[in-house]
Write a protein that binds this ligand. Structure first.
Ligand code: BGC
Length: 484
């Protein structure tokens, strides 16, 4: 295969890129609305839980069910979404994601007891689970190879905006006890996704699989920007789809080395993304800040960290199709690990653990810890955040793509739950241990990426598929790592 750099240059039709580029951005932005739901759902509960506790007079255990019920729903949704995305298509799976999320939010807003809240939080989760599979998948399948990285990163950008939006909403609703309104706003995001997706075209790869060649040709012409590029792409997609006719998910996982290799990569990255500790910051940021002596400013600082998360994602959008996936992942994870090690050391330098905030000077070590949290977020935002969704959506053969994306994504949700609940216990005991544990996982991620991940920049989904198929057992050495 040609050098990806050359492939990228050659396959980009110079004269027509601008219009097709704008069209693809518009389509990707709409699909990324699912990311807004995803992020909002992470952020909203942090503030709403105090209001819910008061309204229904519930204890810690019940409240932890309220928080984690959405993760259970997302796991179920992600697992089911793979099959659904094949049956009804990527676009309709996103629409259903919006419908379930919207109903879930409204149900929580109108809840009369805690059981109703938990049940509707599960429904919200199923909606998010649908969109966390069908969103990146749809964007990856509809994007041209030279901009696929940036387009899928828009999904992550939307997640970060969703988290930040929830913090902002919380700044107003939490002190005023307006948690029902906070859920109500979430319903609007679901409606946005439904309306937006209904006017978008179906994924061309799904269309070819279903035999709708003419419609697929039309979509490809708009996204590729030229008739000849679209014809060439259609030919390659048809060939791949024909070869894979009748492929079954379980059989492929059992017998195809290509599927197994891609699955190891995607599941590994999905889990390691959560093991990086990012959600320890988003879920328990206020607790960490209080413990290191910054409790007075915790709400504002937490919102600031949310904003840093949004802004740093633009680095990935800018660089992912220029530098490639591997350099960004390795650089970001190394930076995150370094920041966590510094954070761990500084925890040991704090004068007194506990809420030392009131009326005392802020210890310098606490400021360094805050900076290490901010640096970890920046590093995650341009590496593990967007790239994991991207890699998961581009490494599988088209015949089993949606099923495998569903499996890898559901592992991400299990990791989210396990690491989220485990982090709480460790942070309460000693934040330094949490920093060390997450730094250790990030070291593992660097080794894993160097060892298992090919560079997929600029390659078509079909090129990537050929790469994994061409790899024979025992040849996963460095000489085979580059796609080019
Ligand atoms: C992760 C989420 C995380 C978010 C933070 C996403 O890629 O999957 O678990 O909360 O990034 O921006």
């Amino acid at each position: 295969m040609a050098d990806p750099e050359t492939t990228q240059q050659e396959s980009r039709p110079a004269a027509v890129t601008a219009r097709s580029g704008q069209y693809t951005i518009a389509v990707a932005l709409v699909a990324a609305l699912g990311g807004l739901m995803f992020g909002y759902d992470i952020g909203v509960i942090a503030d709403a839980k105090t209001g819910i506790r008061k309204a229904f007079d519930v204890g810690d255990l019940t409240l932890s069910f309220v928080v984690s019920s959405v993760l259970a729903g997302s796991f179920i949704g992600a697992l089911g979404a793979g099959r659904l995305a094949d049956r009804i298509g990527r676009r309709w799976t996103n629409v259903w994601g919006g419908i379930l999320f919207g109903i879930g939010c409204l149900g929580c807003a109108l809840a009369v007891d805690i059981t109703m809240i938990i049940a509707f939080r599960v429904l919200m989760g199923i909606g998010v689970g649908f969109s966390s599979v069908a969103g990146p998948l749809y964007i990856a399948e509809i994007s041209a190879p030279w901009s696929r990285g940036a387009m899928v990163s828009l999904y992550q950008l939307a997640i970060t905006i969703g988290i930040f939006l929830a913090f902002l909403v919380g700044l107003y609703t939490a002190p005023n006890g307006l948690w029902r309104e906070a859920f109500g706003i979430g319903a609007a995001l679901g409606i946005g996704l439904i309306v937006g997706m209904l006017v978008m075209p179906p994924s061309p790869r799904w269309l070819v699989g279903r035999g709708y060649l003419e419609i697929a040709r039309g979509v490809l012409q708009r996204t590729m920007g030229s008739r000849s590029a679209a014809e060439e792409e259609l030919r390659v997609i048809r060939r791949t789809v024909d070869q894979e006719k009748g492929q079954r998910l379980v059989t492929s996982i059992r017998t195809s080395r290509a599927v197994q290799l891609a699955l190891i990569l995607a599941i590994g990255l999905a889990f390691l993304q959560q093991a990086s500790g990012i959600n320890a910051i988003f879920y328990y940021g206020p607790e960490i800040l209080t413990q290191v002596g910054l409790g007075d400013e915790k709400t504002l600082l937490q919102a600031g960290l949310g904003l840093v998360n949004v802004l740093a994602t633009f680095i990935a959008i800018w660089l992912v199709d220029r530098l490639g996936r591997r350099p960004l992942l390795i650089a970001g994870t190394t930076l995150m690990m370094t920041a966590q090690i510094i954070g761990a050391i500084c925890c040991g330098l704090l004068p007194e653990v506990g809420d030392a905030s009131t009326g005392q000077d802020i210890p310098p070590a606490a400021v360094v810890i805050l900076l290490s949290l901010a640096t970890s977020i920046v590093a995650f935002a341009f590496s593990l955040g967007p790239l994991v969704w991207l890699v998961i959506s581009e490494v599988f053969p088209s015949g089993v793509r949606s099923g495998c994306v569903g499996i890898a994504t559901s592992v991400n949700w299990v990791g989210n739950f396990l690491i989220g609940s485990g982090a709480m216990i460790i942070i309460k005991a000693d934040p330094a241990i949490a920093f060390w544990v997450f730094a250790g996982f990030n070291a593992l991620t660097i080794v894993f990426v160097i060892w298992r991940m090919p560079e997929t920049k600029g390659a078509t989904l079909e090129d990537i598929e050929q790469f994994f198929t061409g790899r024979t057992p025992g040849t996963s050495g460095p000489e085979q790592r580059e796609l080019g």
